[in-house]
Ligand binder design. Structure first.
Ligand code: ARG
Length: 283
C-alpha cells in the first residue's frame, strides 16, 4: 500500500461511516457506462479489495458500521447511495432505477434501528452519491440520477443551503465521481473536481466557491480518482490516480492508496463504498 503521512494540522474529523460487504457484487445489468454485464466479474477480488478499504478506515481510527448485503442487489456495496445522514437525520434514498429500488428501504431500516431520525424522501435521490456536505453547505448533483426537486427537499429536511450542480458527462453520473470533499470543514481549497463534468453555470459556481480547488485531470477522473474519501487530513484514493495523489501530497494531505479496481466495473470507487454518519450537532 502506498502511504504518505499528512503534513497538515488543525481540526480533523473522526468519521463514522457505514459500509456494505460486496458479498453479492457482480455486474448483471447496465445503468451507467462503466458497467459491462457481458464481462466476467471476480467477486472474491472485489471482497479482498473492499476488506483492504475497511481495514484502512479502521487503521485511520474511523468508526465503521456495517449493513447486511441483500442477495440479488449487487450494487448495495455502494453504500454512499443508501441515504444522506447529517445532524443525526437520515434522509432516505429513492433510486432512479428499479434494479436498485429495494436498497432504499434496506438502508432506511438500518438507520431506524440505529437511532437516527429517519425522513422518508419523496423525490428521486441517490444519497451521498449526489449530496455532499462541505462546511455548512450541501452541494447536490443532478443530470443523471438525483431529481432537482430533491435538492429543495434536502434544503427543507436539513435546514441548510443547497447548491445545485449540473452534471453533463454520463461517465460522471453521480456528483461523487466528479467532485471530492478534501476538507469537510470547507474553505476555498477544500474540494477537488473535474470541470468538464459540469455545465458552464456550475463550473462558474465552483470557481467562485472554491477558488483554490484541486483541479483534477481527465486521466485521474477516468480511474474514478475523485471518488476518494478524506477526513480532512488523509485522503484514501485510487492508486491509479497518480497526478491527483501528487497534487494532494503537495498540499500537505496524507495519502493512502487503496485499489478498488474490481468495484469500478460497477462504476463505483472508494467514496461510493462509504456513507458518512454525521451525528447530531448537540450529541
Ligand atoms: N452501479 C452503481 C450505479 O450505477 C454504482 C454506484 C456508484 N455510487 C456512487 N456513489 N457513485 O448506481
Amino acid at each position: 500500500m502506498r502511504t504518505r503521512a499528512a503534513r497538515k494540522d488543525g481540526p480533523m474529523t473522526t468519521p463514522q461511516v457505514l459500509m456494505c460487504r460486496p458479498t453479492y457484487f457482480t455486474v448483471s445489468y447496465r445503468i451507467n457506462p462503466w458497467m459491462r454485464p457481458e464481462e466476467h466479474t471476480d467477486t472474491d477480488l472485489a471482497l479482498r479489495q473492499w476488506d483492504t478499504l475497511y481495514a484502512t478506515y479502521r487503521d485511520l481510527g474511523f468508526g465503521v458500521e456495517l449493513v447486511d448485503p441483500l442477495p440479488g442487489y449487487p450494487d448495495m456495496v455502494f453504500a454512499a447511495n443508501g441515504g444522506t445522514v447529517i445532524d443525526g437525520i437520515a434522509w432516505t434514498a429513492r433510486f432512479r432505477h428499479t434494479e436498485r429500488a429495494a436498497e432504499g428501504p434496506a438502508y432506511g431500516a438500518w438507520f431506524a434501528r440505529h437511532g437516527l431520525t429517519v425522513r422518508e424522501a419523496s423525490a428521486v435521490n441517490e444519497g451521498e452519491g449526489d449530496v455532499l456536505l462541505v462546511g455548512d453547505t450541501i452541494y447536490a448533483g443532478t443530470g443523471f440520477r438525483t431529481d432537482p426537486v430533491a435538492h429543495a427537499e434536502a434544503a427543507e429536511v436539513f435546514g441548510r443551503e443547497v447548491v445545485s450542480l449540473q452534471l453533463v458527462d454520463p461517465r460522471f453520473y453521480h456528483l461523487d465521481t466528479a467532485f471530492a470533499v478534501l476538507d469537510p470543514a470547507g474553505g476555498p481549497g477544500s474540494v477537488a473536481y473535474l470541470p468538464s463534468a459540469f455545465d458552464d453555470a456550475s463550473q462558474e459556481v465552483l470557481r467562485f466557491r472554491f477558488p483554490d480547488a484541486v483541479i483534477a485531470s481527465e486521466d485521474d477522473a477516468s480511474v474514478l480518482g475523485l471518488n476518494c474519501f478524506s477526513d480532512g487530513r488523509t485522503v484514501v484514493h485510487a492508486p491509479q490516480a497518480e497526478k491527483f495523489a501528487a497534487d494532494l501530497a503537495e498540499r500537505g494531505f496524507g495519502t493512502v492508496a487503496v485499489d478498488t479496481s474490481e468495484l469500478r466495473r460497477g462504476g463505483g470507487g472508494i467514496k461510493c463504498c462509504t456513507l458518512e454518519l454525521r451525528p447530531d450537532r448537540e450529541a
